[in-house]
Design a protein around this ligand. Structure first.
Ligand SMILES: C[S@@+](CC[C@H](N)C(=O)[O-])C[C@H]1O[C@@H](n2cnc3c(N)ncnc32)[C@H](O)[C@@H]1O
Length: 494
């Protein structure tokens, strides 16, 4: 903009007196501060920027509450403050003004983006979106961004450009999107063919959350380097394991540990033996659990007690921790679920990877994008479980998540709870018996041995179950370019 004021032979302009520093969202009176602009020009001609990306959790509570009151786009869940800049920007431009921002594209799909999607649709504000997908444009930060251009001009559609790489920045795929074709639920851009497939696979289906109402995160100890240990050796009574915190091998009682899987150890179909174990200071009895009291820790698990006690200060500084719970987890969530039959998956993956833990043998690491999630399956019969494992690991699931969830660099997608909850799953009793039997046979064989041919067969059966044509099936396979499940033949878990 400053360059626009420069002419050959003319002294460069000073812009200092054109700037007003302030908090744009809060306590800043735009009309008062820019009297001329609003009086003569009816608002700004152009609002351009790279607004801050800050999630509500990182705002002070009073500020977040004030934002909620003053901005309609902040009305749901954990909004991000870039949402507010869109609302603000569009309110301070004049009738022919324009807003242009670079900001995260996450709001297309996350629940908390719904008020913003609603705001943009009802006011028909969007002129253009350049989705930069997983391309990284900032050197010092990992961000997944789009460029959005807004105006109050009258229109019924906007142009959506999908930029796949920096090289094709000038020739991105373009699509015309009618405002009336979008709703306030997730925005699924992409070709019409993709949209038709997504619509088709949803017809007459349940959603994963109807079949398994409990989809839960992995364990959170708030001190993984102390609680999670790398197994070296074990006998019936003890485990010898490497503590990252002490950088040495320690001995603890086996019965107070659970095998734990880290993100990349969560594989398709079956799960390998765990390399790590977690100290699990709880007693679980069905749907109830209680912490192991400190006296019992001392008397029945003296080695573990000694090890934890040697980390007393470090454990104590965790949030929500004091004298009464220093040897426990500060956020003991989902404690009763780990010992139940479940299907475990990676939160962030480049393809569907759902491993069956039919005996409730494994615990898994939770937290953010690096950990796992699990689907409780204690209400399903054995064959229903296998059908579910087959469908979930198929390329159709990868395709569905790719087009309905957030994408990350390196071709990864989020298999987070909100993404997988709405996966369309057929009612098992309504699946054609022949296809059901074929699927059961192939899943059993894939659980014994992962191979490309069997995986292709699995895909073909799943495509048939969802009523997809040959062309649609090929479109899916071409789109995701995945031909075989991840993971070699793994030793079956105990
Ligand atoms: C993503 S950075 C962009 C910085 C710079 N414009 C650029 O493009 O490199 C967002 C900027 O917004 C500023 N910021 C954060 N909250 C703000 C607020 N409420 N009002 C005005 N600026 C704010 C931050 O200090 C930060 O400099």
């Amino acid at each position: 903009m400053w360059l626009a004021t420069a002419y050959p032979g003319k002294k460069l302009e000073k812009l200092n007196n054109q700037f007003i520093v302030g908090d744009s969202l809060d306590s800043f009176d735009w009309v008062m501060e820019f009297k001329e602009i609003f009086k003569i020009n009816d608002g700004f001609d152009l609002v351009i920027g790279n607004p801050p990306y800050i999630r509500t959790q990182n705002l002070n509570r009073d500020t977040a509450e004030r934002y909620k009151k003053n901005y309609e786009v902040a009305s749901k869940g954990n909004f991000d403050i870039y949402n507010l800049f869109i609302e603000l920007g569009s309110k301070i431009i004049n009738p022919s003004g324009e807003v242009s921002f670079i900001l995260p594209h996450k709001f297309f799909v996350v629940d908390s983006g719904e008020p913003l999607r609603n705001f943009l649709l009802k006011n028909k504000l969007i002129d253009k979106i350049f989705n930069l997908n997983q391309i990284q444009v900032f050197e010092n930060a990992t961000t997944y961004t789009c460029m959005i251009f807004l105006s109050k001009k009258n229109k019924n559609s906007f142009d959506y450009f999908s930029v796949e790489s920096l090289e094709n920045m000038d020739t991105p795929k373009k699509e015309k999107i009618l405002f009336e074709s979008l709703t306030t639920s997730k925005w699924e851009f992409g070709s019409l063919r993709t949209k038709n497939i997504l619509d088709k696979v949803r017809i007459n289906k349940l959603q994963l959350k109807d079949i398994s109402p409990k989809i839960f995160q992995g364990i959170a100890t708030s001190a993984d380097s102390i609680f999670i240990l790398e197994i070296q050796n074990e006998d019936t009574k003890y485990v010898w394991a490497k503590s990252k915190e002490h950088n040495k091998i320690i001995k603890i009682e086996k019965s107070i540990t659970l095998p734990v899987l880290k993100g990349s150890e969560i594989t398709s179909f079956i799960l390998a033996n765990a390399r790590y174990c977690v100290i699990f200071p709880y007693i679980v009895d069905g749907d109830k659990y209680k912490p192991i009291p400190i006296e019992v820790m001392k008397s029945s698990f003296p080695e573990t007690y000694k090890y934890l006690k040697s980390n007393y200060q470090k454990l104590l500084i965790r949030s929500k921790t004091d004298e009464s719970n220093w040897w426990l987890y500060p956020y003991p969530k989902n404690i009763t679920y780990y010992k139940k039959p479940k299907i475990i998956l990676q939160v962030l993956s480049n393809q569907a990877q759902f491993g069956l833990d039919s005996k409730g043998h494994f615990c898994f690491v939770g937290g953010g994008t690096a950990g796992g999630n699990a689907i409780l399956i204690d209400d399903l019969s054995h064959s229903e479980t296998l059908l579910m494992v087959g469908i979930l690991n198929s390329s159709l699931t990868t395709f569905y998540i790719k087009h309905t969830s957030s994408s990350f660099k390196g071709g990864y997608f989020s298999f987070g709870k909100s993404s997988i909850s709405s996966l369309p799953i057929p009612e098992f009793s309504k699946i054609n018996t022949e296809l059901k039997d074929e699927l059961l046979v192939i899943v059993k064989s894939l659980m014994k041995k992962n191979c490309k041919e069997a995986f292709q067969k699995l895909n073909n059966i799943v495509f048939k179950i969802y009523g997809l044509s040959k062309t649609e099936s090929n479109d899916i396979l071409k789109d995701i370019e995945v031909t075989a499940p991840v993971g070699k033949n793994k030793k079956k878990a105990a």
